[in-house]
Design a protein around this ligand. Sequence first.
Ligand code: G3H
Ligand code: 13P
Ligand code: ZN
Length: 309
Amino acid sequence: MALITTKEMFAKALNSDYAVGAFNVNNMEIIQGIVEAAELENAPVILQVSAGARKYANPVYLVKLVEAAIEDTGLDLVLHLDHGADFEICKDCVDNGFSSVMIDGSKYPFEENIALTKKVVDYAHAKGVVVEAELGKLAGVEDAVNVDAREATFTDPDEAIEFVEKTGVDSLAVAIGTSHGAYKFKGTPYLDFERLEKIHQMLPETPLVLHGASTVMPEFVALCNKYGGDIPGAQGVPEDMLSEAAKHGVCKINVDTDLRLAMTAKIRECMYEDPSVFDPRKYLGPARDAIRDMVQHKIRDVMKCSGQK
Ligand code: G3H
Ligand code: 13P
Ligand code: ZN
């Protein structure tokens, strides 16, 4: 039982048809739900923390909760910084208990992204921490609709080779049509699998990462809406597309929105079903169970990494 990097789990996943789930964590119940699911499925799992999560919880609480999860379950876990915006936040995480960091320089011009990523890689590798970077821009609902827009935002395979060679990064997040949040597609979902396969062929040793990969599970959206929520028209990445991506070099699949929806749906249900409830354990407990069941489903049926620990 230890805090581990993604090195070995990605090496295994790269030559297999499954991917490892990376789930965003913000509090104790979310961590416990995810870890319990990983334990039940005997699967590897990545716990990731965004800048917003650090601000919400105070960084040290999340690190200590993950350490507690390792001690409690005996699992090997990865603690990863999600979307590190600059060198300083990556350095802070490397210095304070993370085993993996993402430097997200995707908003910068190509050469600047390379220079920033390389700086983080040099610092992190010297301390045994692995680094994920991003090339291309995740499309919003409007962006992926025409070919010109796709060319402007999706990851360019030639640039990807140069980027990985010049930075020495351990894994690469690619833009192929996914986007963050609950509104990913206006019409029919579309992912550029041809582009993904090309990047994978050109970089066969590089684990690829899919951000914005929540399926926006209709049952949770429906439950939220049934119990007073207002989440109309939400749509995520179909499950079969995620399973397919895992066969084309994608080793890490990022999920946050589905956790938010599962937790909110269950809390709404509990409060509506019994308005007399005011003990937080009475709704956070069921919410934690809902997260566990949802993550188990993802690990087993979508990412197909049950038993791969
Ligand atoms: O990719 C973004 C994740 O969903 C984290 O979101 O910055 O609101 O914590 P957040
Ligand atoms: P979702 O919004 O699709 O859950 O994506 C989460 C993510 O990419 C975190 O980095
Ligand atoms: Zn992301």
